[in-house]
Ligand binder design. Structure first.
Ligand SMILES: O=P(O)(O)OC[C@H]1O[C@H](O[C@H]2O[C@H](CO)[C@@H](O)[C@H](O)[C@H]2O)[C@H](O)[C@@H](O)[C@@H]1O
Length: 887
């Protein structure tokens, strides 16, 4: 029986939440499908070159490892009401090394697959996986290990607290490039499979960018991301040069699952410390939405393991008996690990040596059987240290009849492994960092009748589930030695009680429960946070047409977070060259009037925007300076400012209590910044400060207290950006402002003097006042019956800078300041529509679609296919000729 047939024959008895259960939810629009997205398929493709026919003989076989994850897929496929689809890379195609050359050209290669080859292989994959819904991701470039490199050589070590050596970064940059492509190829595949209402579950660290790529494409998709390995403390994670991109990528998910509570905490702390997002113990508030984070340790398919471990007539009983006979009179300690820096094999050997030294009575009565498989971060150091220690311990305590440590450096067959777990008297797991160690679960199941104890490192994710196991610190050699001795001396009753508790934990934490809970949690959270009225992306082609057809254009720009990205230090948020160039081009057009309406003070705006032909409004509407004028006018001159001293007192108090925070003193408005403070402390103090000011100053004075981006600002209530916008829009286009006039705007402007194009951009809460004013003006114009333009509008574009999910009254959005620049560049004629729109399409070799390399590959593949066809025709002909000859 193949692995798949076995799985099929074996029914699971757990039920998942059914898609129908959601039918009664008002806004749950589920398709009933799960798209389970993994790194590789459970089966791999093997090719053998047949020199006699010149053909490749293809086969498909099951891969080892990841069995828990694959059983979750099998469970969804076979035993749930969901229609489950598996999307995964084929993995490296194991091809016998044949590359044929002709005139110096590579004319054939096992990876040169034409569409028919792929279809044939896809059919084989579907058959081998026992499912019609298998969607292989093809990446057929030679040097296939490139697709794993960044994940395995950069992420995996850092996530396991292994820091690399400093380098010039070139190799890492190449690996990153491939990592991005790998994620993009998945996006393309999912685009061809996705239907609205699908639940997409993404697994593991090879695909950390995929959630955000998908979110951009399908804003209302239900997306879950589960990280199967540890997530490191922010002190380690921050060493990654791509830390921001990785976190951004992950935060496209609705729900992110981790194996243990500490991994969850570390992730949240990274979001707060590195991205400056607000977080709670299980949520991240980012991009105007809430991402939920949870700890959901994966389990194993307990029934299947128990079934396999105790299956009568399968030969396993004979294996158990043989092992017992072989080690008669001796206790067996079992260990199974990958041989890398984090599985703690060296620590285990040191501890076992110490055990034999401290307890001579156990010598010749205990063996350690250690099965080690290769780790993917190959470490020659670990291997040589392991060999050295084994030799040393075996020579010190062994003799001709007794070898204390038996080391099997290989993948042993499943039945032998299960038999070993059954006969063992103790399992010793000493990982120094691990996501979920499934050997621990398997051991507990195999010990159902024997009840041998499990000694488990407290540094594994498993320890949070099996906290009743005998936990050890893998760095405490003497402590482990003592624990082994104590575990051997437990009475049968104590062992049985221990086993019963562990067995109960393992069997109630099955992989079926895990996947069912994850699906339910992803949907439940999405139902709460998905707003059906996403803000659409700004229609840039329409904007451009409207711009070109208009003659009285008004631009109303916020500054921070709109024209420049948010940065840690306010003084560092200076305009880029690109922004300066674009503003100059736009401002030079006599049809255009540009205003920067900012919370910044006059000095800052004068310094960076003062030499431009633009109007300025500072401190959220308190000051204005007209285009072409040098005079700033204080619109707040008549207001009582006695609140300033009191606010400053409050701010000073919080600055003292919050290291890293500071006060920005402007002429009227006062700002307290806490972006550089410890994020948790900053958020906590800001909430208190806001509350205090609202309860005192805001009640005593005509002041508004505003929570901004890692800041709190206080300014007079009656001046805001919305009032400035009214004044500017309703003013005769192009004429001088009468800023000393109390009346902020005129109702008497003739229709043909009003702007026929208004682009207003802002990212902050204070900018919502501008958007609201524009909406009111539009409503008034409609009421007055003012004629609309050929596009059916007044040419007014209130645009929020932020994600589609951002809560805003704006009618469209742009994601970030860089998109603002692209858009303004488009109007200034500096960026082509194509450049500002495009997304990346890749071919199935990972080349940019239609690129030179992609076309070269296509030609090579077609040439190889035609050669193969010719070879097979020749063969047919030869056969016929020889048959005819015989007749
Ligand atoms: O109305 P705006 O032009 O958006 O100005 C709002 C405030 O922006 C500045 O603070 C913000 O941006 C800084 C630079 O990116 C960032 O370090 C800070 O955390 C943000 O709150 C500015 O310092 C304030 O005076 C403005 O009121």
């Amino acid at each position: 029986m193949t692995e798949i047939e076995e799985l099929k024959a074996y029914p699971a008895d757990c039920s998942t939440v059914s898609p129908k259960d959601y039918a009664n939810h008002t806004h749950a629009k589920l398709s009933g499908r799960i798209l389970n997205v993994m790194t590789t398929l459970p089966t791999q493709i093997i090719s053998n070159y047949d020199p006699s026919s010149g053909d490749y003989l293809w086969d498909v076989e099951a891969v080892r490892g990841n069995s828990a994850l694959y059983s979750s897929q099998h469970f969804l496929d076979q035993h749930s009401d969901w229609e489950s689809h598996l999307i995964a890379w084929t993995g490296e195609i194991n091809a016998s090394k044949v590359t044929r050359w002709q005139n110096g050209d590579n004319v054939d290669d096992a990876l040169y697959l034409v569409d028919e080859d792929k279809q044939e292989l896809e059919a084989k994959l579907r058959e081998a996986n026992g499912s019609e819904n298998i969607h292989p991701v093809w990446l057929l470039r030679r040097d296939q290990s490139r697709w794993r490199k960044y994940a395995e050589k950069v992420l995996w070590p850092v996530f396991h607290y292994i820091q690399g050596q400093p380098s010039d970064g070139k190799e890492e940059a190449e690996a990153w490039h491939d990592y991005v492509k790998f994620n993009e190829v998945y996006l393309n595949k999912i685009k061809s499979v996705y239907k609205p209402g699908d639940v997409i579950l993404i697994h593991d660290y090879y695909l950390l960018l995929l959630p955000q790529l998908l979110r951009m494409e399908f804003p209302d998709a239900y997306i879950g991301l589960f990280l199967h390995i540890p997530f490191p403390s922010s002190e380690y994670f921050r060493c990654l040069s791509k830390r921001t991109q990785l976190l951004d990528g992950m935060l496209g998910a609705d729900k992110i699952g981790f194996q243990s509570g500490s991994f969850q905490r570390h992730f949240l702390s990274c979001c707060a410390r590195l991205l400056g997002f607000e977080v709670t113990s299980d949520k991240v508030f980012a991009f105007g939405t809430t991402i939920s984070v949870e700890t959901l340790p994966i389990g194993v398919d307990t029934k299947k393991i128990e079934h396999d471990a105790f299956l009568p007539d399968s030969g396993i009983e004979e294996k158990v008996t043989a092992l017992k006979e072989l080690y008669k009179g001796k206790k067996i300690i079992v260990g199974r690990d990958r041989l890398d820096k984090v599985r703690g094999v060296v620590q285990k050997l040191e501890a076992f040596g110490m055990f034999l030294e401290m307890y001579p009575e156990w010598r010749e009565k205990v063996v350690l059987i250690q099965v080690s498989s290769p780790g993917f971060t190959h470490s020659a150091n670990v291997e040589s240290k392991v060999t050295e220690l084994i030799n040393q311990i075996n020579s010190q305590y062994g003799n001709l009849n007794y070898t204390p440590i038996l080391h099997y450096q290989m993948m042993i067959p499943k039945d032998e492994y299960l038999a070993l777990l059954r006969v063992a008297d103790l399992a010793l797991i000493t990982s120094v960092r691990d996501g979920m160690n499934t050997t621990a679960f398997e051991f507990v199941i195999c010990q159902k009748y024997n009840s041998s104890p499990l000694v488990l490192s407290e540094f594994t994710g498993t320890a949070s589930v099996l906290n009743e196991a005998i936990l050890i610190n893998p760095w405490d050699t003497v402590g482990i030695a003592k624990t082994i001795n104590e575990a051997f001396l437990l009475s049968d009753k104590e062992k049985q009680q221990l086993e019963a508790r562990l067995y109960e934990k393992v069997t109630s934490n099955t992989v079926q429960n895990w996947i069912s809970t994850f699906i339910r949690d992803v949907i439940d959270h999405s139902l709460v946070t998905h707003v059906t009225n996403y803000t659409p992306t700004l229609n840039r082609p329409l904007l451009l047409k409207n711009y070109l057809n208009s003659s009285r254009r008004l631009f109303l720009f916020d500054y921070d977070g709109t024209l420049t990205p948010i940065v840690k230090e306010p003084a560092a948020a200076i305009p880029s060259d690109k922004l300066n160039r674009i503003l100059d081009v736009l401002a030079a057009d006599p049809k255009n009037q540009i205003w920067i309406i900012s919370g910044r003070d006059q000095a800052f705006l004068d310094k960076w925007m003062g030499d431009k032909n633009v109007g300025l409004s500072a401190e959220h509407g308190c000051f204005m300076k007209d285009l072409g004028s040098k005079e700033w006018v204080n619109l707040a001159a008549s207001f009582d400012m006695s609140w300033q001293a009191k606010v400053e007192e409050v701010y000073k108090d919080y600055t003292e209590k919050t290291p890293g925070s500071h006060i920005e003193r402007k002429k009227v408005a006062l700002t307290w910044h806490y972006r550089r403070a410890d994020p948790e402390l900053g958020n906590y103090q800001a909430a208190k400060c806001l509350h205090q000011l609202n309860e005192t100053i805001a009640k005593e004075y005509d002041c508004e207290v505003m929570a901004g981006k890692a800041n709190i600002e206080v300014r007079p209530k009656f001046l805001n950006k919305g009032e400035i916008v009214k004044r500017l829009v309703l003013h005769p286009h192009g004429s001088k402002q009468d800023l000393h006039n109390e009346h902020c705007h005129s109702d008497a402007t003739a229709a043909d003097q009003l702007p026929d194009f208004v682009l207003c951009l802002g990212d902050d809460l204070t900018d919502e006042d501008m958007f609201r004013s524009l909406k009111t003006i539009e409503a008034e114009w409609t009421e007055q019956g003012l004629p609309k333009n050929e596009f059916g509008s007044y040419g007014v574009y209130p645009v929020a800078v932020g994600p589609a999910s951002k809560q805003t009254v704006a009618t469209s959005h742009l994601n970030e300041p860089s998109q603002v620049l692209e858009t303004l560049g488009l109007l200034a004629g500096q960026v082509s529509l194509f450049e500002s729109a495009g997304t990346v399409e890749l071919d199935d070799r990972g080349h940019l679609a239609n690129s030179e390399s992609s076309e070269r590959s296509k030609t090579a593949i077609e040439r190889a296919a035609s050669l193969r066809r010719k070879a097979s025709l020749d063969k047919e002909m030869n056969k016929k000729t020889s048959t005819n000859g015989k007749i």
